[in-house]
Design a protein around this ligand. Structure first.
Ligand SMILES: [Zn+2]
Length: 259
């Protein structure tokens, strides 16, 4: 006696059909998410790149070094306009892990100051970067964090870092307001410099006394509560960050006033 044949076409069609549908859904979701990451245009950026309004932007939105918004733990590090924010996308799939502050003017002229005290290191091969270890996070005492400052060199990699911190510097204590160096445009690629700016980020500790790779946003902290400025692109996609609370100045601030 012959077994009753299974209806193969009915048994199989739903299986591969469901897999295909699932793949299409996943594919659309992935592509959509990548477009979302790569396509979050910023009105702030478009406005800044319009040269005609550049001076007006500096007049209205540049923040002074040493400015402290709403009793934030960190002071502002440089004169300039915060333009590229945390979790902003500069290109397809990219997520910016820090804040980019544009000072305008000439390369190597605008001073950069430590935003918080800590222990400064500069590796032997770092021409444009210093990192400052903060043993106790002011927002989470007992947790160690790191503050990373980069692009302090010219296109060729000639350093603008202060002579006090030569390559190979390890664990030198610095107060908030210590001059670290001057803003540059070094990218690591001599043929493709960045625009003149400071990149600063708050980097997670690796749990073994070192720091994690700050290029990965997951290895950094949202800078907003450290500065009390709207530095998160997700919640501030278009506007230039300004201090919504009371603006004060650190005692080291060049622009500090005593009235
Ligand atoms: Zn940056």
């Amino acid at each position: 006696m012959k077994p009753i044949p299974l209806n193969r076409s009915l048994a199989r069609r739903p299986a591969w059909l469901y897999i295909l549908i699932a793949l299409v859904i996943v594919g659309v979701a992935v592509v959509g998410y990548l477009y979302y990451l790569g396509g979050r245009a910023s009105g702030r950026w478009a406005y800044f790149t319009a040269i005609a309004t550049r001076q007006e932007i500096f007049d209205n939105y540049a923040i002074e070094p040493g400015a402290i918004c709403d009793n934030a733990p960190f002071a502002y590090p440089i004169y300039g306009v915060p333009l590229g924010l945390w979790d902003q996308s500069y290109r397809f799939g990219h997520r910016h892990a820090g804040v980019d502050i544009f000072p305008g003017g000439e390369i190597g002229k605008t001073p950069i100051y430590a935003v918080y005290p800590g222990y400064l290191s500069r590796y032997e091969d770092w021409s444009s970067t210093v990192i400052i270890r903060v043993p106790s996070d002011p927002l989470n005492p007992g947790r160690q964090i790191w503050v990373y400052y980069t692009h302090m060199a010219d296109q060729q990699g000639n350093s603008f870092i202060s002579d006090e911190f030569p390559a190979g510097t390890e664990e030198v204590y610095v107060e908030a307001g210590t001059l670290l160096g001057y803003a540059g445009n070094y990218s690591g690629d001599v043929n493709n410099p960045t625009g003149l700016h400071l990149h600063i980020s708050v980097v997670k500790d690796d749990g073994e006394g070192g720091f994690l790779n700050e290029l990965e946003i997951a290895n950094t902290y949202d800078p907003v509560p450290y500065f009390n400025l709207p530095f998160n692109h997700n919640t501030n996609p278009d506007d230039f960050p300004t201090c919504a609370g009371e603006l004060a100045y650190a005692d080291w601030a060049p622009e500090a006033t005593d009235d």
